[in-house]
Design a protein around this ligand. Sequence first.
Ligand SMILES: *[C@@H]1O[C@H](CO)[C@@H](O)[C@H](O)[C@H]1NC(C)=O
Ligand SMILES: *[C@@H]1O[C@H](CO)[C@@H](O)[C@H](O)[C@H]1NC(C)=O
Length: 575
Amino acid sequence: MGTSRLVLLAFGLLAEAHKKVAYRFVQLTDIHMEPFYNPHNGHNKGDVCRVDEAFNKSQCIPFRIEPEASIYPFGRLNCDAPHALMRSLFKHIETVATEVKKKGALFGIFTGDIPSHQLSCQRHQGKTIEFVVSHMAKNLKPVLGKIYPLMGNNDFFPNYNVSLEPNSAWQELVASIYEANGLLGGPQLETFKRGGFYSAEPVKGLKLIALNTVVWSQKVLDWESTQTKEVVDIPAVDEATWSGPNAPIPVADISGWSWNTDVVSHKELWPCEKRPRDPYGQLAWLEAELRAAREAKQRVVIAGHVPPGNKVGDNNFCVQYLRDLTRLVRENADLIEVQIYGDHSNDEFRMVWSDDKGEAHAVSSVLVSAGVTPRKHCNPSWRLFEVTEDHRVHDFTQYYLPLVATDIVWSTKPEWVKLHREGKDELLSSKFWRKQYSFREQYGVGLSPPELEMLWVKMQSSPKLLKDYLAQMFSQTVGVHDYFDYICDMRYLDEEENEECYKRGRLLSAAPPPVAVEAIDFAEVDHENTGPKYVQIHPAMLGSLIGCLLITTGSTLYLFVRSRAASKDVYLQMP
Ligand SMILES: *[C@@H]1O[C@H](CO)[C@@H](O)[C@H](O)[C@H]1NC(C)=O
Ligand SMILES: *[C@@H]1O[C@H](CO)[C@@H](O)[C@H](O)[C@H]1NC(C)=O
């Protein structure tokens, strides 16, 4: 960073840190609700936690929401989210939102992925989407006012079966579910039907550009070339009104749609070279939207599901789309306040950099939020962003549910267990959510590209800082991979450069201090008792708790061992 840029940055930071927050928005992502939730055997079978009948890939049973689970009531690590977790989450957002609404405007952005992974058939996918969207409309819309939804890769069936042609039947179906629930309408509905994208002005002067980045993914399924087979379809007698003994919640009908019973037996992906240059004309549209924002003097927030750059060793986008997006972002970096994404189930940030060969600098902040499902992850989470009057995204606060501890404490109180069984637990369970961190408090800087760049530079010489970053990620892969890849991910969105960085960079010295596992104080939940009583702990639960501790401790050890083998000066060696 040059001296003049540093001075400018210092003044900017001083001015920014004292700005007043004018409005806020919620980011919710990767809900992955498991309708057939059964946590008893964990994810041992097919990587999902599901009742046997629904797991059988040869049949499509009547859709239902499983009755409340007797163990792991709010979710289990490595499992997708049960209904009770969604209830708890929506109630918690409502509580926080009701409070902050008194201080300014509020809206919500949902960055995609409603259903759990690997559902057996299209009907289950559609019904799960409908179920969750109707609950969003009922429980979140009244308090958030407006929720802007996006398409995730699991909002298609099968996963990543996104059509490269505009106005596919499935895209229109999902659009109509959002429309029927009052979440989308007007011109937004039209482009969402076309390809899952739209723009909006949630607050005067702020433009939200909602993208379908799934279609740019390398993993898009080529349905025509994929080998398929048919499942035995077993719908309920009248699924429109069906609410049998196992379905406490009646599931509404999606009228006029006949469910496809084909599933994948051997999948084929669309090679990047064979893709249309600009599916749905989304890139051309984006360019026009940015031009219009410039003319209208709006600030821009870009939202998508799959983020640009790397995900555990693979590039997310086909290179041509990555370059197109990068070019548009660079050209309009002065307008774009921040980009927000999901998909990774990891809390991460990265940057788009300028292409100056000599002195590249960060020009756009790309924030990846971890999301609700605990499937790859220690804990469910969501974010609340704060924005100043001039539409600067000032900070975000991340809330999380300490899952293992919540499950354990919950099962010690018979009256709570009863509430859960009756599906009326959200008022209490929402009180178990905690503030995880605020970005500014944690790192001492805001979210602008130069500030993230500064943080990135500092991370390379401060093991403590990198440790903090990893602790916030809550990822179970911590300790397995070389941490250096995260530093590369922040800097290089392009696959080749990223690999080059990863090959040449290395960890050098200084072990971070041991990770302290935070004790959770449930006193405010449980007024009668002085503290939680740890009785009746299910052995499997204890297993997860120990597992979580081991991961954290293991990663510390790993860093320690690595550091011993290296020299003392710097922590990380950049290429
Ligand atoms: C799976 O479903 C098929 C079709 O309904 C059925 O014939 C088969 O018995 C089921 N398998 C198991 C293990 O339940
Ligand atoms: C996959 O997508 C294609 C193209 O949109 C569609 O024709 C097909 O029905 C989809 N498959 C399933 C099982 O939904």
